[in-house]
Design a protein around this ligand. Structure first.
Ligand code: SME
Length: 160
C-alpha cells in the first residue's frame, strides 16, 4: 500500500519537496509512462488544495492528446498553440494564468475553473507532454507552484 499524504499546513516550498519525494518514489524504476502519469496525477490531486483538475496532455503527432488525470472528464485533443495547454506546449514555457477568463483562447473543460498552471515536460529539447493544474479559485497559483511543478516536470522528463 502507498500512503503518501501531505502534512497539513506546510509552506508551499516544503509541500512541493514532499510531493517531489513521493513522485520520485512512485516512479523510480518503473518504465511504463501511463502508470507513472496516472500515479503522479493522483498525487497532485491529493497533495494540492483547491485544485479541481490535475493531469497530463501528451504531444502526439503535433497535437495534444489527453493523458491520465484526476478530475472531471476533459477535452481530448488540443491543437498546438491553442488554449493554455497548447500555448505551453508550443512555446515550451510555463503558463501561469491567474484568471482563465482573461486568457485569449482559453479552452473551458470545467466551467468551475478560474485559474490554471500549465508546465511543459521537455525531453532532449522537445516538449513531450504538459502538466495541467486547474483551480476553482482565481489567482490560486503563484511562482512557488510554478517552481514546484517545473521541478516535477524535470523529474518526469525520462519517466513518462
Ligand atoms: N483549460 C485548458 C484545457 C484543458 S482543461 O483545463 C483540463 C486549456 O485552455 O488549454
Amino acid at each position: 500500500m502507498y500512503d503518501f499524504r501531505p502534512a497539513s499546513g506546510l509552506p508551499k516550498p516544503e509541500l512541493y519537496e514532499d510531493l517531489l519525494a513521493a513522485a520520485t518514489g512512485l516512479t523510480e524504476g518503473e518504465s511504463d509512462a501511463v502508470a507513472n502519469m496516472a500515479n503522479v496525477a493522483a498525487l497532485l490531486f491529493e497533495f494540492l488544495p483547491q485544485v479541481n483538475w490535475a493531469g497530463f496532455y501528451r504531444v502526439v503527432e503535433n497535437e495534444l492528446v489527453l493523458g491520465p488525470f484526476a478530475g472531471r472528464p476533459a477535452c481530448i485533443r488540443i491543437p498546438m498553440g491553442q488554449g493554455v495547454c497548447g500555448t505551453a506546449a508550443a512555446s515550451g514555457e510555463t503558463q501561469l494564468v491567474e484568471d482563465v477568463h482573461a486568457f485569449p483562447g482559453h479552452i473551458a473543460c470545467d466551467g468551475a475553473t478560474a485559474s490554471e498552471l500549465v508546465v511543459p515536460v521537455v525531453r532532449d529539447g522537445q516538449v513531450t507532454a504538459v502538466i495541467d493544474l486547474d483551480s476553482p479559485e482565481a489567482t490560486r497559483f503563484d511562482a512557488d507552484d510554478a517552481r514546484g511543478i517545473e521541478a516535477l516536470a524535470r523529474l518526469l522528463s525520462d519517466r513518462i
